[in-house]
Ligand binder design. Structure first.
Ligand SMILES: NC(=O)c1ccc[n+]([C@@H]2O[C@H](COP(=O)([O-])OP(=O)(O)OC[C@H]3O[C@@H](n4cnc5c(N)ncnc54)[C@H](OP(=O)(O)O)[C@@H]3O)[C@@H](O)[C@H]2O)c1
Length: 258
């Protein structure tokens, strides 16, 4: 009984003094590359999420010193349990990199695919932030969300993915206003070469190489807050042109109508 109490206090105490970097979606793409970067820094302990036991075993062999939790972010119980694990820990950055996309016409999508995208990309990160906000505020945890170019400029056949990222952009903006003491970094990323484009059904995509983008993401995590854009340069140029293009499109529509 006394030993149990001692161990409990010991683990609680070490969890409070250790500095954690939490990364969701660490089994692939951007999350995995960030986990590789932070695993080289002995001053941090990695806290990683894996969707299932198989992914957890792979992560455990890659990152033997990390704490690994199984969390399927399409399942409410799963993300609620994951959030409870974060509350007692001194987390320096909570990088919400788990995400999913489905490419295709809205009508061709199964309803389960619609809910999965909304839950993984929007509801679960929102609820994690909600549950942990006091702890995050106390520990000055930086909440990092990976938003997308798609949320700023909707692309064809990505309606649900767009909605999930767009909703998060606005929610995080309003949360920042209501809780200025919360440190939030919302990264708007252009296309990056990761397995996501294949799993989403888009196929191979031209985009920046992961190794070119990761240093920019790390720099933003370590030095920036609020909304930050990491687009390819050509996109920034066309993004600046967007209001002008919109006026041209509207004039074209008017011309067709009358
Ligand atoms: N790549 C891009 O061009 C791009 C651009 C803008 C924004 N982003 C965003 O960046 C984030 C990372 O994307 P990525 O390109 O690195 O994609 P990725 O390689 O497909 O990685 C996605 C990660 O999310 C995890 N995940 C998916 N569904 C999950 C679920 N239900 N429960 C738990 N984990 C789940 C995956 O786990 P499994 O390995 O088990 O599937 C994987 O670890 C996403 O939020 C994405 O929207 C990506």
């Amino acid at each position: 009984m006394l030993l149990c109490l001692y161990l409990k206090i010991y683990f609680l105490f070490t969890a409070m003094i250790q500095k954690y970097i939490c990364i969701t979606g660490a089994s692939s793409g951007i999350g995995q590359a960030l986990a590789e970067h932070y695993s080289q820094k002995p001053e941090y302990t990695l806290l990683l999420s894996a969707r299932n036991q198989e992914s957890a075993d792979i992560l455990a062999s890659k990152f033997p010193n990390a704490e690994i939790y199984i969390a399927d972010f399409s399942q409410k119980d799963s993300w609620t349990h994951f959030a409870q694990n974060l509350m007692w820990k001194n987390i320096l950055s909570c990088i919400l990199a788990a995400g999913t996309g489905k490419y295709g016409a809205f009508g061709d999508m199964k309803t389960s695919e619609i809910s999965e995208q909304m839950q993984v990309n929007t509801t679960s990160p929102l609820e994690i932030v909600h549950s942990c906000r006091e702890a995050f505020q106390k520990n000055n945890t930086k909440i990092v969300y990976l938003s997308s170019v798609v949320a700023d400029m909707p692309l064809k056949n990505m309606s649900v993915y767009w909605a999930s990222k767009w909703a998060m952009n606005y929610a995080l903006g309003r949360i920042s206003e209501q809780y200025p003491a919360l440190s939030i970094l919302n990264l708007h990323l252009g296309a990056v070469q990761t397995p996501m484009h294949i799993t989403s059904g888009m196929g191979e995509m031209k985009g920046r190489k992961l190794e070119d983008v990761i240093p920019k993401i790390i720099f933003a995590i370590e030095h920036k807050q609020g909304n930050r854009w990491i687009y390819p340069d050509w996109f920034l140029a066309s993004y600046a042109m967007w209001p002008i293009l919109k006026i041209i499109f509207s004039l074209k529509q008017l011309w067709k109508k009358y």
